[in-house]
Design a protein. Structure first.
Length: 559
């Protein structure tokens, strides 16, 4: 039975969501042209896993979370990759009872017969969410170097002169992009060296070398990328920026292109702007219930500022997008000014900064305020002019969201004052500040417990914090990934945020107006119940979500 929207409404209504939430999700699904299932998850009304469990119970078939299931190569390939992608089906287990196959669409049963005929065993259908199946399809990925070598070898064999063959450059570029997408990479680096070119993928924030090819192919590959992104092919000494649109089987993918000349040639970096990257909710990003309640209260005010802070690559924009998707309803006018517009959000007016036409954050923000907005997102507050306009907008009945580059939440307050914003205006407008970092998640398939002596932990973590989460034990249990195919043998799969959410209370407003140091403001916030990023990181270590090494890598620990 196919789960239509009407059936889904019947499953959920009066059980886990109310009529208001249901109407909101239906309106959002229409305006964003997405399924009701996806709208419910993106609006944070229900988690992907809980929704899957409810649907499976309705269908009276078992539910499986593939991301937490070890799947052998032999069992996976009982369904060919092409068929698995088309049918959204994964073969995940085989035992004496039969072949267990997960479907996101329970009506797609035409592959059951061929599998039973091929194996001589009964197929046992399970339900898995579409996102879970999509993520698991990455297990089919092939070694990029081997695939590249095969392409080159086949081209040489087809040539009458194997020493002077035409390399299939277009296929090579398509292969690199598709492989990066399947591996959930955020960036592709193509770097010329003295004798070879290296291709590296940034996966979960870490660069991995995945391909090496002869240097004589480098210029041709760069030229192909320039043609795709409509850049000048005869320019080799100046930086160039562009965009590429690529149609993959799963979706239409946008890539941001940056080409710069270096000593050995031209280096290319491609940023993948996949829609799947923007489908996170605040819960998916790892925000706990207490912090989520603070942010939810602030986002439903009709005016004021919500600031997201952290270094480049800490997930600030992703958090703001998650908030905007919740706020995006038909009765609100939401406008953004960004540099660049990373993800397209349907129903929201997004403006791209353009220095050539003098469309800056400040000038764009002035124009936005003449467009009768309810909610404004300023991609980044970089200067006094932008800060002043944003604060005035927040004072005059607009909800303003923006990002700042500061190390923690409390530092954002004196940073605004340094931009010549009067302290009483900062105190009057800022509602909440979200500081965050991204840490790699432990792979759930190969996760294992390990023990560490308390003395080792005390070297890096305050003893009071260790006692809070581990008590007085001398041998402490934590978790780590052993390494498997799903996680590239790194022990990590995916990323999660560690947060501190500072609510600007009456006491903190007083400290702002009196120009107290950020350390004093932070301590006051902690006294009022704020969890620091290190605190949140320790909580995620104890829960087995990330490792001690990851938390220490991204946080500055002061004992």
């Amino acid at each position: 039975m196919q789960i239509t929207d009407d059936i889904l409404v019947g499953i959920l209504k009066d059980k886990v969501i109310n009529n208001t939430q249901l109407f909101d999700a239906q309106e959002f699904a229409k305006s964003a042209n997405i399924s009701l299932r996806q709208a419910l998850v993106e609006k944070d009304f229900i988690t992907n896993e809980n929704l899957g469990l409810l649907i499976a119970n309705y269908l009276k078939i078992p539910y499986v979370v593939l991301s937490k299931t070890a799947i052998s190569e032999e069992v996976l390939r009982l369904i060919p990759e092409r068929v698995a992608r088309k049918q959204r089906a994964i073969c995940f287990s085989r035992d004496t009872d039969g072949i267990k196959v997960a479907f996101s669409d329970p009506t797609a049963t035409e592959i059951i017969g061929p599998i039973e005929k091929k194996t001589g065993q009964k197929v046992i259908p399970y339900f898995a969410t579409e996102q879970d199946i999509f993520n698991t399809l990455s297990l089919y990925r092939k070694d990029l170097q081997k695939t590249f070598d095969t392409l080159i070898r086949e081209a040489a064999l087809r040539s009458s002169n194997p020493n002077q063959y035409d390399a299939p450059v277009a296929k090579i570029v398509d292969l690199i992009i598709d492989s990066a997408y399947q591996n959930k990479a955020s960036d592709i680096h193509i770097e010329p060296e003295e004798r070879n070119s290296i291709v590296r993928f940034r996966i979960d924030g870490i660069l991995h070398a995945v391909l090496q090819f002869p240097i004589h192919l480098h210029d041709r590959i760069v030229t192909r990328i320039k043609v795709m992104s409509k850049l000048r092919t005869d320019e080799h000494l100046a930086p160039q920026d562009g965009k590429i649109g690529v149609k993959l089987y799963e979706e239409n993918l946008d890539l941001r292109v940056s080409i710069v000349p270096i000593v050995e040639g031209e280096k290319v970096v491609l940023r993948l702007l996949a829609s799947k990257m923007s489908q996170f909710t605040l819960k998916d990003l790892g925000m706990n219930e207490v912090d989520l309640a603070k942010v939810t209260e602030a986002m439903h005010r009709s005016y004021g500022m919500i600031l997201s802070t952290g270094p480049t690559g800490s997930g600030k924009s992703t958090s703001i997008y998650a908030i905007l998707k919740i706020l995006n309803t038909s009765e609100k006018n939401i406008t953004t000014i960004e540099d660049p517009v990373e993800y397209r959000l349907r129903g929201i007016n997004q403006i791209q900064v353009n220095a050539k036409t003098n469309l800056t954050f400040a000038s764009g923000l002035r124009s936005i305020l003449r467009q009768d907005p309810n909610i404004v997102f300023v991609g980044e507050i970089r200067d006094s002019e932008t800060a002043g306009i944003a604060v005035n907008a927040a004072l005059t009945g607009h909800l303003v969201l923006s990002t700042l580059h500061t190390n923690d939440s409390a530092t954002a307050l004196p940073r605004l004052i340094d931009m010549h914003i009067e302290p009483f205006l900062v105190a009057s407008t800022v509602n909440v500040i979200i500081a965050q970092r991204l840490v790699r998640k432990i792979c759930q398939v190969c996760k294992a417990a390990k023990y560490i002596e308390r003395g080792e932990l005390v070297k890096n973590i305050p003893d009071s914090l260790i006692s809070k989460y581990f008590g007085n034990a001398t041998s402490l249990q934590i978790f780590a990934g052993i390494g498997c195919k799903l996680c590239h043998n790194t022990g990590y799969a995916g990323r999660i945020g560690i947060f501190e959410v500072l609510t600007v209370s009456k006491e903190i407003k007083k400290l702002i107006t009196q120009k107290f140091d950020s350390d004093i403001m932070k301590q006051k916030a902690v006294d009022e119940g704020m969890s620091t990023m290190l605190d949140d990181g320790m909580d995620k270590i104890v829960r087995g979500q990330t490792t001690l090494e990851e938390v220490l890598r991204v946080t500055k620990v002061e004992k």
